[in-house]
Design a protein around this ligand. Structure first.
Ligand code: EPU
Length: 293
């Protein structure tokens, strides 16, 4: 009996992760799971713990760089009806972790619930958005979180208050727990006003950043306190700098574009080059925002 006995129906083998990342880069996942319910997810996590199988949660792969060798473990994706459930109970909103963040943002605007319009143009799942505390200059997800529902290390359901999540700039403390859903609290708003704000934020992004269709992972580095990473990289003269087929965006220097034929190693080499150059010119150590598997 193998470790995945009874879970075969939700498992695929050697699935290229390039298919699942915005970058369209990265080697295969040894096991690729799509649990259809919380019970199935709990069983899977429990099994991974018992058999010491390394695992990772995959959202839309929008902030993710997977190495060319892939991931020698279990990759878990929350897809299907159970993980896309949403229930409106104004001012509360209950949503499962697999839902597409941009879709949820649009639904809240249409229903006259305010807050999430500030997340315009951020791709990903809701679970991924919690993990990264998704946001930008106009706000971040943590501001609207009332409760986080998760499975803990023992694969038991838990509900946490936002204070227990220790949300920070582009992060929170999950300590090996898996987000299964969220309760958000969203004050009333006027749909046309919310839509206008949404469009304005989207326009700003379109003006200053590469398009969402470009092969990037959003911003590569976090902004150091009081600084903008894009500005530091730009001032270091690195716009347009290439390693192989990876290039520092000429529009926004904190984005690295993967051109056709690029490998993850090209992107990693360019990340190292940028870090070294910024360190030697400013003494500032840039910290990664993008997740690397
Ligand atoms: N700048 C340059 N050169 C560049 C890019 C930027 O000089 O190539 C300057 C800008 O002129 C501006 C400053 O750097 O003075 C900051 O740039 P920007 O306004 O574009 O914002 P950012 O700090 O680079 C942050 C988030 C983005 C988010 C935007 C808008 C981080 C690391 N980045 O960018 O988030 O979209 O604000 O809200 O926090 C992401 O997280 O993946 C991401 C793209």
């Amino acid at each position: 009996m193998t470790w995945l006995h009874g879970l075969e129906h939700i498992c695929q083998f050697d699935v290229p992760l390039a298919r699942h990342t915005w970058y369209r880069l990265g080697g295969p996942a040894r096991w690729f799971f799509t649990p259809r319910s919380q019970d199935e997810l709990a069983r899977l996590l429990d099994r991974c713990t018992t058999h010491q199988i390394p695992w990772r949660m995959l959202g839309r792969g929008a902030n993710l760089l997977v190495r060319d060798c892939g991931f020698d473990g279990a990759v878990i994706r929350l897809a299907g009806p159970f993980w896309n459930a949403v229930r409106f109970d104004p001012p509360l909103l209950h949503a499962a972790a697999g839902i597409d963040l941009p879709r949820l943002v649009k639904q809240t605007i249409q229903r006259g619930l305010s807050g999430l319009e500030t997340l315009a143009g951020i791709p990903g799942t809701l679970g991924g958005a919690v993990r990264m505390n998704a946001g930008g200059r106009h706000g971040c997800l943590a501001q609207f979180v009332k409760q986080v529902h998760l499975l803990d290390l023992a694969a038991q359901p838990q509900t946490r208050a936002p204070e227990q999540m220790h949300f920070t700039y582009r992060g929170c403390r999950l300590d090996g727990c898996v987000v299964t859903g969220l309760t958000l609290e969203l004050p009333d708003g006027d749909p046309p006003t919310l839509m206008a704000r949404f469009k304005q934020i989207l326009d700003d992004r379109r003006r200053t950043q590469p398009p969402l269709s470009a092969r990037t992972a959003g911003c590569i580095f976090k902004n150091p306190p009081g600084q903008a990473a894009g500005r530091l990289i730009d001032l270091a003269g690195l716009k347009g700098r290439r390693c192989g087929q990876a290039e520092v965006s000429t529009r926004h220097a904190n984005f690295i574009i993967a051109h056709p034929g690029a490998t993850t190693q090209d992107v990693l080499d360019l990340i190292s080059l940028v870090r070294e150059r910024v360190r030697s010119q400013t003494g500032i150590e840039l910290e990664l925002e993008v997740e690397i598997w």
